[in-house]
Design a protein around this ligand. Structure first.
Ligand SMILES: [Zn+2]
Length: 158
């Protein structure tokens, strides 16, 4: 079936940088609800609209079309004494940003008694090439449409 509004689309997504160097080989399929539900980047939805399983495309993705620009206000340091045990460099922890919203921080490095954190998405500010392969298209259920996301394998669990 064709990808149209209120279909559940299963995709293999590979992400490379602008030179073609692979960043994420996308072994696990992703599934999203098509039709402007903000489940996936609008540029990706536009490229897939009307396509069928087997369709493949590689799209250039600028930061504004993808993970956004880097925001230096999301860089912060905390004293090592406040650092939760068990979190390592390369890991993540949840905190609150300057605007008071919950924010995931990536642990960049620990130097002396200071821990350096970055709340930016690791791919923010990067020009990317996204390769998409449609592996399945099905009609979404009424419940999925009401929830504005896909359920089941690779979908939303709750
Ligand atoms: Zn749901």
């Amino acid at each position: 079936m064709k990808i149209e509004k209120d279909t559940a689309v299963t995709l293999l997504i590979k992400i490379a940088d602008a030179t073609g160097k692979l960043i994420d080989e996308g072994k696990d399929p992703a599934v999203y609800l098509h039709g402007g539900y903000d489940n996936i980047f609008p540029k990706v939805e536009a490229a897939l609209d009307g396509r069928e399983p087997g369709y493949q495309v590689t799209l250039p993705l600028l930061p504004e079309d993808g993970f956004g620009q880097r925001d230096d206000s999301l860089l912060r340091t905390i004293p090592k004494a406040e650092f939760p045990p068990g979190v390592k460099v390369g890991g993540q922890l949840q905190g609150v940003n300057d605007a008071g919203a919950e924010q995931i921080y990536h642990v960049l490095k620990i130097k002396g008694d200071t821990v350096y954190l970055d709340g930016n998405h690791p791919l923010a500010g990067r020009e990317l090439r996204v390769s998409l392969k449609v592996t399945d298209v099905r009609a979404a259920s009424a419940e999925e449409i009401a929830h504005k996301h896909v359920h089941g394998e690779h979908g939303h669990h709750h």
